[in-house]
Design a protein around this ligand. Structure first.
Ligand code: L14
Length: 328
């Protein structure tokens, strides 16, 4: 198994290496790629130091079996087809290919069968979408879901290492009475919340919010399901949280929903307490709590869903896809 990681030095890239190691993914040779400025960085994998190479037009990708990409949409658009042409299967974490009809969009707990239709590229969904569909699919299968209203509370790690640093630096500056600098996020994030992730589209929703609608429809194979999202950045380092209300097609009591989710793959039902991001960071499952009858939708349910956005929301989901690929 010759594996490549593209975007190896990023938040998700480094976590790919950790997750591959933890899950003992069979790797004979590992190739690490990143931008020119990271060339020469050494990253360790299974006790070995591996040198990061710059990705550019001159590199040959022949012989690679699987390539895990998390280097942004531009790099994915340019290089994923090249890897695929040279015989690799690309698992891409960017938004570049997610809605392409020739590219399966896969969450292993939800639609593993879609993998088989790949033509060299498989897309990893958006982090907020992944945790939402893992929590809702078992309920969808039991009684049907007509509509979802969701507000997200997204950590800064979703916007990369630079945004993590920005929250740290602003917090330090505030404590020391210095002026806070805004660099990568649209507003100050320390001691604040920002109701904007990604750019705005014409209908007043952001791209991130539209991804939650369009990706959910594709993953669930349900072009009718309605999703209205408000995505919000909060001053949390790791872990996205979501307040979700669903309009069901058929009645389901909260107790019945709990017994379904207790058995659901990849879900941890939190019953006497509720999940919070600092407890969930570093874990691979999706944590669900506060399941209750919704007071607007009839029949409906409301719940609170938390997951590590860098792990289940990105790296772990991609490695799970790679695991399915080698089983085929
Ligand atoms: O679509 O900034 O994969 O929290 C993942 C991170 C969108 C933005 C994606 C964030 C991105 C998101």
């Amino acid at each position: 198994m010759k594996l490549a990681v593209v975007g190896a030095t990023g938040e998700v890239g480094r976590t790919f290496l950790k997750v591959l190691e933890e899950r003992n993914f069979p790797v004979d040779e590992l190739y690490l790629f990143a931008s020119e400025k990271s060339e020469g960085t050494e990253l360790s994998f299974k006790g070995e130091k591996i040198r990061v190479r710059a990705i550019n037009k001159e590199v040959s990708f022949k012989g690679i079996d699987i390539a895990l990409f998390s280097a942004g949409s531009g790099i994915s658009r340019e290089f994923a087809p090249k890897f695929a042409k040279d015989g690799a299967v690309v698992v891409d974490n960017s938004s570049a290919w997610r809605l392409d009809p020739d590219v399966p969009l896969v969450v292993p707990e939800v639609n593993p069968e879609d993998i088989e239709k790949h033509k060299g590229i498989i897309a990893n969904p958006n982090c907020s979408t992944i945790q939402m569909v893992v929590a809702l699919k078992p309920i969808y299968d039991a009684v049907g879901i007509e509509a979802i209203v969701v507000a997200t509370y997204q950590s800064v790690s979703g916007a990369g290492a630079k945004a993590i640093k920005e929250l740290e630096e602003q917090t330090k500056a505030w404590c020391e009475g210095r002026e806070m600098e805004i660099k990568n996020l649209p507003r100050r994030i320390a001691f604040n919340v920002i109701p904007q992730i990604d750019v705005f589209t014409e209908n007043g929703y952001t791209k991130e919010e539209m991804k939650m609608l369009n990706e959910t429809r594709k993953i669930m194979h349900d072009p009718e399901i309605k999703v209205s999202a408000t995505t919000v950045r909060v001053p949390v380092f790791y872990g996205h949280s979501e307040a979700i209300s669903v309009k069901l097609k058929n009645p389901l009591e909260p107790e019945e929903a709990k017994s379904i989710l207790r058995k659901a793959r990849g879900v941890v039902l939190v019953e006497d307490d509720y999940p919070v991001p600092i407890d969930v960071a570093g874990r691979d499952e999706v944590f669900v709590g506060r399941i209750r009858k919704d007071l607007v939708f009839e029949p409906g349910l409301s719940m609170w869903v938390v997951a590590d956005n860098i792990r289940k929301g990105a790296a772990t989901n991609a490695v799970q896809i790679a695991e399915l690929l080698i089983k085929c």
